[in-house]
Design a protein around this ligand. Sequence first.
Ligand SMILES: [Fe+2]
Length: 397
Amino acid sequence: MLWVIRERPKIDRIACPWLIRRFIESDAVIRYVAPDQVLFVAQQDGAIPFDIPGVELTHRGPLCSFDAFLDKYDLDDPACTRGDRPRCDTDTLQDSAQAPGCSRSHWGFAPTSVMTRSCWPRAWWSTTRCSPGVARCGTSAMDGISRSRSKTISAFTIKYEERAMNDDSRRDFLKTSAAVGMALAAGASAAAAEAPATALRLAYGYQHAPVPLPFDAKNLKGLSEKLIQSHWENNYGGAVRALNTLRGRLAAAAADANTPPFVYTGLKREQLLRTGSVVLHELYFAGLGGNGQAGSAMRSRIAASFGSYDAWEVEFRKIAQGLAGGSGWVMLGYNEALGILENHWMADHATAPAHTRPLLVLDMYEHAFHMDYGAAAARYIDAWFANLNWETVAARA
Ligand SMILES: [Fe+2]
């Protein structure tokens, strides 16, 4: 069975995989992915997600994900239920008597993946309070664990085989992991400083996961489910796939010192366009699913910049009509430099007004309406207004 969890393993993200393979499924495969891809991988690959908000096996109040596993699988092995087992929640780790041991475990594992800046203060805090002479780990997650006999680490997958540890080997493991961790961190820093191409290649390793529709497409008024699903799957989904492909190509091009600049800038141009398409489509879909009625606060906000809400709508519709038969976007945005709301015509995905935060976008590419309305773009614009989710718009403002 495949299980999926957030990358950058720390306490719960080390303890839970150990528990799964020790007590639930000995040949389980644990996949570590970016936080925003956990649910996507779960959906696409049938994996069981854990230790992330919104799933069954995650934190509950003061209890950590490890406790959720104990509860669900009714585990009562002493290795899991010892009374002195510390809470796995790293937010409260510093309160645990076992913090020194856990911090060393964390310190040893964390550099094997990219450590977030927010992790460093906590790691530093915990580590600087530790005295090597008292470094012990009483956590059940480490009790009977499991020294790596073979460990394969890739960008997305960590697998490890296990054998029992006694107290001496556990202390040795913790000391070793701390030393290896610091060595890896130092090595990574040196490599990054010496090889910008390598750093760029790693940076382009990020893959964007499609954002699901935030509404039931059957419930929109005047925009068919078939149209919306086609738009999401083919146009938005295609942009996501193209962007992810481009990131892979950019990674390869960045790593090749012989890549001609004009080839590289061609990829950057496509990246700009696809990024714009992905982001604008996500804003577009997130702006639908409402009743089309703007609240009084938002109407007043718009009126302050346009004279009245109706004046804003007249101009917005006029710009949209001007794109009928062509393609592009219409945006209501907040210009952070000028401090005002403005409507903008956008010829394509890359025509972004400077220093402007988009609040509302209308897709005027034919794929957004032709299936339902043919060339009658005005009727599409009416339907779009009728389905606007102004609460989402207000939250962006
Ligand atoms: Fe579109």
